[in-house]
Write a protein that binds this ligand. Structure first.
Ligand SMILES: Cc1ncc(C[n+]2csc(CCOP(=O)(O)OP(=O)(O)O)c2C)c(N)n1
Ligand SMILES: [Mg+2]
Length: 330
């Protein structure tokens, strides 16, 4: 089914929204940290993994999801949560560790939870995969038509929980879609050094579930593959794998010297910027002018700036609240 002008423009806006958020977080992150790179300094202390370059994967998948469809994400979660429809102010405040954040400032960038969107993530690589299967089991037992989606990297596809999760999802025919974002590296380790099979989509064969590989820089390709997998799961047709081949335009984490990259690789992938790919298609159709593209950019810059100001002006949680809203066994 051909996508309408409105659907394509919505996805374009989402790509720009995620990119603008990530690039601004990338700037704020370095405030106070340089020149010695003091990781504890500045308004955003701790590690930071940005999603710049991979925006088409979150956008193309989440365009099919409802707020009540559960999503599990990773240590690189911002794009998934933005595409799911989060309030940018609450998300930015959480990244700043502020009381007005999604988790009252106690989670930070890798622990963004939004119960209204049924969204969770975490820093344990592959940890979200069995969580999505558990959510899908609950959906099936309740007879609901929701679908669980788990986003994770190609590095995570080698942990034991990935294989156990696929087997359980298959044997119980659960409504879950596994989205492997193959951005070629797990920190500095290329997939060729960690994975014996060429494609993680092919691993579906071992569990009796469908697997497809898509160009993860092309949001329309991701949208189409995700639509098929999510519709199938919603209709009771069971789980599947989508392998999206993509590329992160920044380091694994901020501060990564990226010494492992072959010369010219990043520049080559920059030619496949998901925003430019969809933007050019829209322009060729006559559905987006340069002025309209600039207006979308301005709108997203203003939204992100508003979220930033909200985060900066919000208070930190009080020390005496440290044990509230957490599991404690005193
Ligand atoms: C269980 C576990 N092992 C190791 C790590 C350290 N670690 C953090 S990110 C990462 C690489 C993840 O690679 P991938 O799954 O491909 O995701 P990407 O960073 O490429 O998005 C590793 C090994 C961790 N956080 N958790
Ligand atoms: Mg990876």
């Amino acid at each position: 089914m051909a996508l309408s002008k409105e659907q394509l423009l919505d996805m374009y806006r989402m790509l720009v929204k995620i990119r603008t958020f990530e690039e601004r977080v990338g700037e704020i992150y370095y405030e106070g940290k340089l020149p010695a790179f003091d990781i504890a300094a500045g308004p955003i202390p701790g590690e930071m993994h940005l999603y710049t370059g991979q925006e088409a994967v979150a956008t193309g998948v989440c365009a099919h999801l409802r707020p009540d469809d559960p999503v599990t994400s990773t240590h690189r979660p911002h794009g998934h949560l933005i595409a799911k429809g989060v309030d940018l102010k609450a998300m930015m405040a959480e990244i700043f560790g502020k009381k007005t954040g999604l988790c009252k400032g106690k989670g930070g960038h890798m622990h963004l939870f939004d119960p209204t969107l049924h969204f969770g993530c975490g820093g344990i690589v592959g940890g979200g995969i069995p969580h999505a299967v558990g959510a899908a089991l609950a959906i099936k037992k309740r007879g609901e038509d929701r679908v669980a989606v788990s986003f994770f990297g190609e590095g995570a596809a080698n942990i034991g929980a990935f294989h156990e999760s696929l087997n359980l999802a298959a044997i119980w025919n659960l409504p879950v879609v596994f989205v492997v974002e193959d951005n070629l590296y797990a920190i500095s380790v290329p997939k060729s050094k960690s994975t014996a099979v060429r494609s993680n989509a092919e691993r579906g064969v071992a569990y009796g579930i469908p697997g497809v590989q898509v160009d993860g820089q092309d949001v329309i390709a991701v949208y189409e593959a995700a639509g098929e997998a999510i519709d199938r799961a919603r209709r009771g047709g069971g789980p599947s794998i989508i392998e999206a081949i993509c590329y992160r335009f920044r380091g694994h984490f901020e501060g990564d010297a990226e010494k492992y990259l072959p010369p010219g690789e990043k520049e080559k992938w920059r030619q496949k910027d998901p925003i430019h790919i969809l933007g050019n298609q829209l322009k060729q159709q006559g559905w987006l002018s340069d002025e309209e593209a600039a207006a979308i950019q301005d709108e997203m810059t203003a939204l992100v700036r508003e979220a930033e100001m909200f985060a900066r002006e919000s208070p930190y949680p009080a020390p005496e609240e440290a044990l509230e809203d957490v599991f404690v066994n005193l």
